[in-house]
Write a protein that binds this ligand. Structure first.
Ligand SMILES: Cc1cc2nc3c(=O)[nH]c(=O)nc-3n(C[C@H](O)[C@H](O)[C@H](O)COP(=O)(O)O)c2cc1C
Length: 371
């Protein structure tokens, strides 16, 4: 029997299977407000059959957006628009649950969408904005020098995370995830490659963790107990002298004691000069060790591609959930096809039932040799 297709109890929330759609920025919002593209994107994923769909990195304040197109939850109009999209999506979504990732881009903010000159920083005529970070060191040479946050600035950001979490709860998200990876603000505090502070928020790992833990604590306090809180963490910076897997285990232990329900273990992103050994399942060992040594539920991510690979990750106990991004852009019906391969039965939207292999001989032609 497929373990990938068994339900998962995540605190108060039951997911129908262990498959999660990874958060993916769409760069298609206007001052944080979602539009038609989001409706299409989330409707499509809402019919995917995944146990959980994570809505993209959503900025907690305007200057925390990566680009002018990033989604936000920093204003009433952001909340109203996302609320409208999610009500429509939930009406068509069957058993799929929805979460949202809350983020602050820190020193990687004020950039172009990735399809414009590979996401270079906004130029003076492109309405750039001042960025912030733990220290005044830029992401890479040529990027804006961030303003090093002082106590007031840090308090403002903690309040922004709390307020965005309360907005997410009002919209009805069942999972809220704090983004502490990929070189954005919270990862910047955690990594010695961005945090050069000499106050109580910089120095050894205990001090570098302090601000991210304050943010996570404030988000947990802003959420009702029925909402699961997760954190996307960095398993390694892949750099000599950077954040290590040992640090990730320590961080995960702290998160668990704050009431965090799962860690999604990713890696990299703090600078550009890193050689990441990308390949199928390359981050799974990071998730496995975080799970073993902290006891927190983990979500594995990164080049998880085939149903057999996903099944193996879950059934061997390396992770509690798998999370995929590009595989869902390529094939929004990934879950249907995985169920077919692994012999699991899933609920199709009744309108689409006639595409099931058991009733449609065309499937044998398109995907010959599968069950
Ligand atoms: C279009 C796109 C947008 C992404 N946006 C986010 C994001 O909003 N938040 C995040 O944590 N990761 C983001 N990522 C990273 C993915 O969530 C995922 O970690 C990464 O793509 C590796 O998984 P994959 O090999 O299944 O694609 C994005 C990736 C893609 C392809």
């Amino acid at each position: 029997m497929s373990q990938l297709f068994t339900p998962l109890q995540l605190g108060p929330l039951e997911l129908t299977n262990r498959i999660v759609v990874s958060p993916m920025c769409q760069y298609s919002a206007d001052d944080g407000v979602p539009g038609d593209w989001h409706m299409h994107h989330l409707m499509q994923l809402g019919c995917s059959g995944a146990g959980l769909v994570m809505v993209e990195a959503t900025a907690v304040e305007r200057r925390g957006r990566i680009t002018h197109g990033c989604l936000g939850l920093y204003s009433d109009s952001n909340e109203a628009a996302l609320g409208r999209v999610m009500s429509a999506v939930r009406r068509i979504a069957g058993q799929t649950r929805f979460g949202i990732q809350l983020a602050h881009a820190g020193r990687k903010a004020s950039a172009n969408r990735p399809w414009v000159d590979e996401g270079r920083p906004l130029a003076p005529g492109e309405d750039p904005w001042p960025t912030v970070g733990p220290s005044s060191s830029p992401y890479v040479e040529g990027w804006p020098i961030p303003e090093a946050l002082d106590k007031d600035g840090m308090q403002r950001i903690i309040a922004a995370f709390s307020s965005a979490a309360a907005r997410a709860a009002r919209i009805g998200f069942e999972v809220v995830e704090v983004h502490a990876a990929h070189g954005y603000l919270l990862h910047e505090f955690l990594s010695p490659f961005a945090n050069m502070r000499t106050d109580s928020y910089g120095g050894d790992f205990n001090k570098r963790m302090r601000f991210p833990l304050e943010v996570v604590g404030a988000v947990r306090a802003a959420l009702p107990a029925g909402i699961v809180l997760g954190v996307r963490i960095t398993g390694t910076d892949w750099l000599e002298g950077g954040l290590t897997l040992d640090d990730a285990v320590v961080f995960a232990n702290e998160l668990r004691s704050l009431g965090v329900g799962y860690a999604c273990v990713s890696s990299g992103g703090i600078t550009r000069s890193v050689k990441v050994p990308v390949g199928p399942g390359y981050q799974v060992p990071l998730a496995e060790r975080v799970k073993k040594e902290s006891g927190i539920a983990v979500r594995a991510v990164g080049m998880i591609l085939t149903p057999e690979q996903a099944e193996d990750i879950v059934s061997s106990g390396k992770a509690d959930m798998v999370c995929m991004a590009r595989a869902f852009l390529d094939d929004p019906r990934w879950v249907w096809h995985a169920a077919e391969k692994l012999g699991a039965s899933i609920q199709y939207p009744p309108q689409y039932e006639r595409a099931q292999r058991s009733v449609w001989r065309g499937a044998d032609v398109i995907r010959p040799g599968k069950k």
